[in-house]
Design a binder for this molecule. Structure first.
Ligand code: ZN
Length: 313
C-alpha cells in the first residue's frame, strides 16, 4: 500500500526548497543538553584517555565542539577499533553506550587494540532529538567525498589517518517508533515522494555490509546482545525494515553506496547496531547495556580472528 502522508510542511510531490527547510528548522527546539549529557561525561575521562577535539559544527562553533576519545598508549603495531555513536543524534543509547564502553571496558583492551571512540557525531541533533542535522541532511547518508554534512566530513577527516589500520568498526544506532511516525514521513516530504508505511521491528538487529559480509562476526555480536535484550524476529515477509533477514537478527546493506558511517574505514569487521528503545520489554538501561555488549563482542571477535583478516597497519 502506498499513501501520501500529509506531512505538515511542503507540497506533496514537490521536494523541499530553502523555505520549507527553514520552516522545518523553526519547529526544532532544544530538548536536552549536549554539554550536560555528553561533554560533562567526556571531561573526567580525560584523566585516563586522550580526548581530542576533531572539529566543531560550523553553525554553532561555540556550542557544538566535536570530541573523540583515544587510547592514551597508542601502539603502532596494534590494530585499531573504531566506535561511533550519535551519528543519528536522537538515537540516545548509541551516545551513552559509547561513553559507557569507554568508562567501564576500554581499559581491558589496553595493549591489545588502539581505541578511537566518537560518541556523539551529531550533537545538534542530539539536543533537538532528530535524525537530520540543522540543514535537514541525514549524516548517515552522507559519508562520501564532498559530504554535504559537516558532521560526516569531520568524522571522515578524524578517521582518515587510521583508515587502513582499523580492524573493527562498530557504529551504534537505534530504530525507534518515531522513525515511522515522524522521520520517514519527513524524509518523504523533504524529497517530494510518497511515504510508504513500514513496520518497526521489536528487538535488536544488526546491519552487515552486503559487499563484504562477515556472517560469523555478526552472529557473535548477536549472541552477546541476546544475553542483554531480545533480538528482532523477521516480519511475515521474512524481512526486517524491508530487507531480507539473512541470519537471525541480521540484514545487509551496501554500506558504501548508501554513504553509511560503517563504510568509512577499510575494516574487515564492521557492523551497525540497531537497538529498539520503545519496546515494552526493554529499558533505557538495557539499551545502553546492549550497545556495550555489542562493542565488546565485536572487538573480541575481531581480535581473535585478526590473522584471518590481515589488516594493513
Ligand atoms: Zn540511526
Amino acid at each position: 500500500m502506498t499513501t501520501q502522508a500529509h506531512y505538515p510542511i511542503g507540497t506533496p510531490g514537490v521536494p523541499w526548497g530553502e523555505a520549507e527547510v527553514a520552516t522545518w528548522l523553526s519547529r526544532q527546539h532544544v530538548k536536552r543538553s549536549y554539554e550536560a549529557d555528553v561533554l560533562r561525561v567526556i571531561e573526567p575521562l580525560s584523566s585516563r584517555y586522550d580526548v581530542v577535539q576533531y572539529g566543531s559544527l560550523d553553525y554553532h562553533p561555540d556550542k557544538y565542539p566535536l570530541f573523540a576519545i583515544k587510547s592514551r598508549s597508542w601502539y603502532h603495531e596494534l590494530p585499531c577499533a573504531l566506535v561511533t555513536g550519535g551519528v543519528h543524534g536522537y538515537e540516545t543509547s548509541g551516545v551513552h553506550g559509547a561513553l559507557r564502553f569507554v568508562d567501564k571496558h576500554a581499559a581491558t583492551y589496553e595493549g591489545r587494540v588502539n581505541l578511537l571512540v566518537a560518541p556523539c557525531v551529531s550533537p545538534w541533533a542530539y539536543e533537538v532529538i532528530h535524525r537530520w542535522n540543522m540543514h535537514a541532511v541525514d549524516p548517515n547518508r552522507s559519508f562520501r567525498d564532498g559530504s554535504p554534512a559537516h558532521e560526516s566530513a569531520a568524522l571522515m577527516r578524524l578517521v582518515a589517518p587510521f583508515r587502513d589500520a582499523v580492524l573493527v568498526h562498530i557504529d551504534l544506532h537505534e530504530t525507534t517508533d518515531t522513525d515511522e511516525s515522524e522521520f520517514r514521513p519527513a524524509l518523504a516530504a523533504r524529497d517530494g515522494v510518497a511515504h510508504e508505511p513500514g513496520e518497526i521491528p521489536d528487538g535488536f538487529y544488526l546491519v552487515d555490509d552486503s559487499e563484504r559480509p562477515q556472517p560469523e562476526f555478526q552472529q557473535a555480536v548477536i549472541a552477546a546482545v541476546a544475553k542483554v535484550t531480545h533480538i528482532a524476529p523477521a516480519d511475515r515477509h521474512g524481512e526486517i525494515i524491508g530487507s531480507t533477514m539473512v541470519a537471525p537478527g541480521v540484514i545487509n546493506y551496501p554500506l558504501k553506496r548508501l554513504g553509511l558511517c560503517a563504510s568509512i574505514t577499510g575494516a574487515p569487521y564492521k557492523t551497525t547496531t540497531e537497538v529498539y528503545p520503545d519496546s515494552p520489554r526493554s529499558t533505557p538501561e538495557q539499551c545502553n547495556a546492549a550497545q556495550v555488549a555489542a562493542v565488546c563482542a565485536a572487538i573480541d571477535f575481531a581480535l581473535t580472528h585478526r590473522e584471518a583478516a590481515s589488516v594493513k597497519r
